[in-house]
Design a protein around this ligand. Sequence first.
Ligand SMILES: [Fe+2]
Length: 315
Amino acid sequence: MNIIGLDELLFGVDDVAACTQYLRDYGLTPVGEAGERLEAEDGTAVVVRAKDDPGLPPGLGTASMLRKTTYGVADAATLEAIATELGRDREVLRLADGSLQTVDDMGFVLGFQITVRRPLQVAAEVVNSPGTGQGRPVNDVAVDEGAPARPLSLSHVVYFVPDETRAAAFYTQRLGFRETDRLIGAGGFLQPAGTQDHHTLFMIQTPPFMQGVEHFTFHMAGPGALMQAGYRFAGKGYESFWGPGRHKFGSNWFWYFNSPLGCHVEYDADMDLHDAQWKPRAVPMNAEASQLFLFTRREKWAPGGPPPAGQKASH
Ligand SMILES: [Fe+2]
């Protein structure tokens, strides 16, 4: 199944205005008159509607506001293969826009469509690393204080699920996802066949009342872009939840924020790529396994002034 990755997440929320403002400040671009579709550079998106919008698929019956997760696939043949496979044991709707709609084994509503992703036309984040002879051109300045936050592509979504084994089996056995690594006691990182990203989906075992979306994230160009976007986002008053830091499995840099969408929203950057040659790892879930390092944002400071808040003078 040539599933490339996430195309869109659809939410039914309490406060549409707060959610769209949040996602604009995060760096997504509103598209269309209502401004409820907010896109990254490649056209992947988050769509926000009022929770009582009659056009929304039903919710999960928990506090989660996620109503639908839509995957982009490579071609019409993949869509037909998905319709045939999932049609064996569940209803698969064909919507007017040509996409498929169904549910996974935990009750999450899923969509499948020929991907909306556009080729990215952005420069890579480059570092000057001694001895490599590569990096930025001479006289090219790295710091651009006015650089906008540019989420490039919808990276991954994390669900809380009441039965992780069964939930993951649906994706691996029915849709061709691979498990790249596993945090024992939490869940496995899942990669669809059409991408080399370490994970597109991660599901964490929780009690049933917690079922829903835990977070979603977009790829940034690199660690520098992530830090600058997150620093500025926090400076606007949004509450940092976890980060900045760097995960071990996937090696992705992360910075999570609280949001009015009922879940955390993350910036990520520099995720590992894997193919079928990769041998999955498994370690118990704990704080040490979960990140290589973790920092906390601080207000700006300059040498010569009083010690930064919370620090003692060294002499
Ligand atoms: Fe994440």
